[in-house]
Design a protein around this ligand. Structure first.
Ligand code: FNR
Length: 188
């Protein structure tokens, strides 16, 4: 059966270029993957006091952790904020990584697509995110690397990709990620 993949988008804004590219990638995915966007905008900023010493953690944290546990892999779309990933995405990683020893990320095969209107394709964000995924023990696809630069020009007014070579590239990326998931997904 199809592997379930959580799609986590680092931008919270409605007209996000990352979200538009994510939707295109979801549409291009092979039948061996079933992709679903998991929202991260309602997660309170991580604070150990909110669940330490017997405190009941925020419901949004618990729901998010339970949700991520259902998936076989995680595909991240990240903007670049000041040469790093966004606080929202880092916060989601932090929330999912706790309590200590019960990280929901552990072992899930990951992929990263970084998207920016700028020329560098959010390279800095892509690699800062990669650094955290090493610690979180998420085997992360190496090649092809996906730095989507000049993204505002790649999307039409309808929010759809208007560039065939980018579409071909994203198709190759998601097909390669599907193989990566088959190879690296935890046995159930
Ligand atoms: C940015 N932006 C940006 N772009 C970039 O290529 N490198 C960067 O370091 C930054 N830094 C940055 C910081 C902050 C606080 C903001 C709000 C923006 C611009 C960014 O790429 C642009 O707003 C994108 O459109 C954000 O992605 P979404 O929301 O369209 O997915």
């Amino acid at each position: 059966s199809a592997k379930k993949i959580a799609v986590v988008i680092g931008s919270l804004r409605k007209e996000s270029l990352n979200r538009k590219i994510a939707k295109e990638v979801i549409a291009l995915a092979p039948a061996s993957l079933s992709l679903e966007i998991v929202e991260i905008g309602e997660l309170a900023i991580y604070n150990e006091d909110l669940e330490g010493n017997g405190a009941t953690p925020p419901q949004a944290w618990t729901q998010f952790r339970d949700r991520i546990k259902e998936f076989d892999g995680v595909l991240f779309f990240t903007p670049e904020y000041n040469r790093s990933t966004t606080a929202a995405l880092k916060n989601a990683l932090d929330v999912g990584s706790r309590p200590y020893g019960s990280s929901v990320w552990s072992g899930k095969p990951a992929g990263i697509v970084s998207v920016s209107p700028g020329a560098t394709g959010a390279f800095g964000a892509n690699h800062h995110l990669r650094q955290s995924l090493v610690f979180l023990d998420m085997p992360t696809l190496l090649q092809p690397e996906a730095y989507i630069g000049g993204a505002a020009k790649l999307l039409g007014d309808d929010g759809k990709l208007n560039n065939d070579s980018t579409r071909e590239f994203l198709k190759k990326f998601i097909d390669t990620y599907a193989t990566w998931v088959e190879t690296n997904a935890k046995k159930k």
